[in-house]
Design a protein around this ligand. Structure first.
Ligand code: NAP
Length: 260
């Protein structure tokens, strides 16, 4: 048990990468807070974990809404009394469109969930992490860090690029409290995120490398799985990575090296 007695918050824990990570952390002994916007989905995710013998609490909040998020984190702290691990993973693809078609509201929605949501998650979690130290993992992407060929995904890529800067800034700020902050950059991973992408008029701006249909050299084109990302999250959450902080790790089967 790598995470015995640890308490872990997973945002976007009700599906995809977050759900797989929540299950993996719970399997290693952590008590997990599964946070998302849909009550049915967070309850069902937490139940899956408790049914298999792990500890989990469903938490309802939109990460872009300060009041909701602060209340959910407080509820989690009230239940377990401490916080050791934060997986700031909730995110959306948002609207992918040529610049002229991307509205100011489209831009704000993506940045509010992906970037402001990451900031708010850390802001409200950090006072509890400071009590004993801990590990933070942020989910960025290959988009905006090593891949710039998804034309139209500008707001998404900018939000993901900024998450890397955010992780590095906070890694240094929080190091003296023995809080590590790292950022993972997945390539194409099987999840429902693409089904929720709103695409407008992309045919006007591409030359597009369809995501995830482009090549992934390591797997002959097959996307990665949420479980493979969960293994990386476990490594970064645990003491196996005790001297690693302020670092981004790409998990993409070399996709971004080919398609950058
Ligand atoms: P997913 O299956 O759609 O999961 C996203 C999760 O985030 C869901 O639990 C969703 O719950 C939650 N969420 C979205 N907006 C939220 C909000 N405002 N407040 C709280 N929770 C919110 O997608 P995924 O692929 O696992 O994505 C997880 C992360 O990986 C994202 O940050 C994404 O950008 C990143 N990523 C994914 C890929 C990929 O290929 N899958 C590649 C690179 C990076 P509800 O919608 O039910 O609230």
């Amino acid at each position: 048990m790598l995470l015995k007695d640890r308490v872990a918050l997973v945002t976007g824990g009700s599906s995809g990468i977050g759900l797989a990570a929540a299950q993996r952390l719970a399997n290693e002994g952590a008590q997990v807070g599964v946070l998302g916007r849909s009550e049915d989905e967070v309850r069902s995710a937490a139940k899956t974990i408790t049914d298999s013998g792990g500890g989990a609490l469903p938490l309802l909040a939109d990460v872009s809404k300060p009041g909701e998020l602060q209340a959910a984190i407080q509820e989690f702290i009230d239940a377990y009394g401490r916080l050791d691990i934060v997986f700031a993973n909730a995110g959306i693809n948002g609207v992918w469109a040529p610049l002229e078609d991307l509205t100011p509201d489209d831009w704000d929605m993506t940045l509010n969930v992906n970037l402001k949501g990451t900031f708010l998650t850390l802001k409200y979690a950090v006072p509890y992490l400071k009590a004993q130290g801990g590990s933070v993992i942020v989910t960025s992407s290959v988009n905006g860090t090593r891949m710039f060929s998804n034309t139209g995904a500008t707001a998404y890529a900018c939000s993901k690029a900024a998450q890397v800067a955010f992780a590095k800034m906070t890694a240094l700020e929080l190091a003296r409290f023995r809080i590590r902050v790292n950022v993972i950059c997945p390539g194409a991973i099987e999840s429902k995120i693409r089904d929720n992408t709103e695409r407008k008029n992309l045919d006007r701006v591409r030359q597009r490398v369809e995501f995830p249909m482009g090549e992934i050299p390591l797997t002959d084109g097959r996307p990665g799985t949420p479980e493979q990302v969960a293994d990386l999250v476990l490594f970064l959450a645990s003491d196996l990575s005790s001297h690693i902080t302020g670092t981004e790790i790409w998990i993409d089967g070399a996709q971004s090296l080919l398609q950058g």
